[in-house]
Design a protein around this ligand. Structure first.
Ligand SMILES: Nc1nc2c(c(=O)[nH]1)N[C@H]1C(S)=C(S)[C@@H](COP(=O)(O)O)O[C@H]1N2
Ligand SMILES: [Mo]
Length: 442
């Protein structure tokens, strides 16, 4: 067996080839007759993690049997610290999404925040926030500077903002032909309250040269190959975004230390842009004299065709453009899809809407598949780049099956499409209307 195969997550391993997964984890191939095997030491920790505890009596577990919890019954996977109903798409690296109804909070709590890791987080026990440093260097700084977290806290003013971070691939699942990558449904989005210092204040303290074009981050996570020299992901933003008021180097989320999975002890947060720009476990920022060219910044990563293409098209790299501000979008977070109400009752609907760098100007809901729309009550954002809450009450004319659709329009007059927007090779930017099923009974 190649070493490579062992490096994929248990989730993926079981999905691809359950028997092989079993063999790798349990080492059964040596003695199929006595059906005696044991969980390989190397796999024990990973297995306990996904099962949510150590498998007691593992020595009696039959060969070739997929643990029930992984075989589609019960709650298949759980990531410690997360709500049990979070949906795990992958466990190596961890990719976990939030069902729409779990995003009902105005400010997303840590246990309901999606996780998107490209690599393996630095080991929590090895992170010492007192020893953690952030270095700012690159072609476009006068001279590089290094700050401790205490330096950042004492030298610069602290700011707190609610910021929407949404993965560029949120909604990828719907694209056809399908796009490779995590098959996100609607749940790779959050709006938490972030506290830190302005990236701008720090960059000014370092001293920028006039040739500054882009910043690129480097984090302390580890490549899935285990190779310490391989950079997992290094993306960034142009100076105009880097220098905005809300662009933060953050050390706190919702008033507490940033959770380990979300970048403890330090991360960048750029609200409204693909969340891949918000570098976690932040250790270094390079100020570049060109568009940053770190891993996942070039080629087809986080890029869409500069001009629309037909579904399935092979688009050359030179015709792909970097995603910047995310498109207008909304999510119905109450009720949960599939809810039943009695005829004659009004159904309260609520959710959130966001629009990248812009504001949401209008919010509507429909119960007749978009034939007519009813205005929802839309709140202003808590601050720029926070999501906005909406509410509506809908009545149904007779018993039967309905869908409630929600549609947001941004401050430039652009609305969410009712069906899939432009196909693109990597399945980014799906901002189609969210819909929930409702049954009205007598
Ligand atoms: N260092 C580092 N930063 C990272 C990533 C990563 O894998 N490593 N993933 C990025 C991507 S693609 C996304 S969508 C967001 C996810 O942030 P979250 O896990 O805190 O929700 O982090 C971004 N920052
Ligand atoms: Mo992402």
């Amino acid at each position: 067996m190649s070493k490579k195969k062992r490096r994929i997550g248990i989730h993926e391993l079981y999905a691809k080839d359950p028997l092989e997964a079993d063999r790798l984890l349990w080492g059964r191939e040596s003695d199929p007759h006595t059906r005696r095997g044991f969980l390989k030491k190397s796999a024990l920790a990973a297995m306990s993690m996904v099962l949510g505890g150590r498998m007691v009596f593992a020595e009696h577990y039959p060969a070739g049997l997929i643990p029930a919890v992984l075989a589609g019954s019960g709650t298949p996977f759980q990531l410690p610290g997360k709500h049990p109903d979070m949906v795990v798409l992958n466990d190596r690296p961890w990719n976990v999404e939030t069902p729409a109804h779990l995003l009902d909070d105005k400010v997303t709590p840590a246990d309901k925040m999606f996780v998107r890791n490209n690599g393996l987080p630095p080991e929590q026990s090895r992170i010492d926030p007192a020893a953690w440093t952030l270095t700012i260097d690159g072609e476009a700084v006068r001279s590089s500077k290094t700050y401790s977290i205490a330096d950042l806290k004492s030298k610069f003013q602290t700011h707190t903002y609610q910021l929407v971070i949404e993965c560029g691939g949120n909604g990828r699942k719907e694209f056809n032909p399908p796009a490779k990558g995590n098959q996100w449904s609607t749940g790779a989005v959050s709006c938490a309250e972030w506290t830190g210092v302005r990236l701008r204040d720090v960059l000014e303290d370092v001293g920028l040269k006039s040739n500054a074009v882009y910043i690129g981050y480097y984090g302390k996570d580890i490549h899935v190959s285990g190779n310490p020299d391989k950079v997992v992901i290094s993306r960034g933003v142009p100076m105009r975004k880097a220098l905005e008021d809300e662009s933060l180097i953050a050390w706190a989320m919702n008033g507490k230390d940033i959770p380990h999975m979300h970048g403890y002890p330090l991360r960048l947060v750029f609200g409204g842009w693909p969340a891949s720009t918000s570098g976690k476990w932040l250790a270094r920022i390079a100020v570049r004299d060109q568009v940053h060219d770190g891993p996942k910044m070039t080629g087809q990563s986080y890029r869409v065709p500069c001009n629309p293409v037909e579904p399935g098209a092979d688009v050359p790299d030179k015709d792909m453009c970097i995603i910047e501000s995310m498109p207008v979008k909304s999510l119905i977070t109450f009720p949960k899809t599939g809810a039943t109400i009695k005829l004659g009752q009004q159904l309260p609907i609520r959710g959130h809407a966001w629009a990248g760098d812009l504001e949401v100007a209008n919010m509507e809901v429909s119960i007749d598949f978009g034939a007519t729309w009813q205005k929802a009550v839309l709140q202003p954002p808590a601050n720029r780049l926070a999501w906005q809450h909406f509410e509506a009450r809908v009545s149904f004319p007779e018993t039967g099956y309905y869908e409630v659709w929600a549609r947001a329009t941004d401050s430039e007059g652009k609305s969410q499409p009712m069906v899939l927007p432009g196909w693109n090779p990597r399945g980014y930017l799906n901002n189609a209307c969210h819909r929930i099923a409702i049954k009205v009974t007598a």
